[in-house]
Design a protein. Structure first.
Length: 70
């Protein structure tokens, strides 16, 4: 499954020249997505890695909201 997702990300990367903006909160979901994007980009030959990938640190404060709701 991870191989298929990485392959899909690689195909998306190569399909157009627009840069990517990736939100990263540090949680398990965004950590996995960041890792998969890294692995996909790393698997592309250097000459084809021309698209910029920006990782934006986000803080959704979901843990704080969940704690205050109790």
């Amino acid at each position: 499954m991870l191989t298929a997702i990485t392959r899909s990300l690689r195909d998306l990367y190569l399909s157009d020249p627009r840069p990517w903006m990736v939100g990263f909160s540090g949680g398990k979901d965004s950590t996995l997505v960041a890792h998969l994007i890294y692995e996909a980009a790393k698997s592309i030959p250097a000459a084809q890695r021309t698209k910029e990938i920006h990782v934006v640190c986000t803080d959704m404060r979901t843990a704080s909201l969940a704690e205050s709701a109790c």
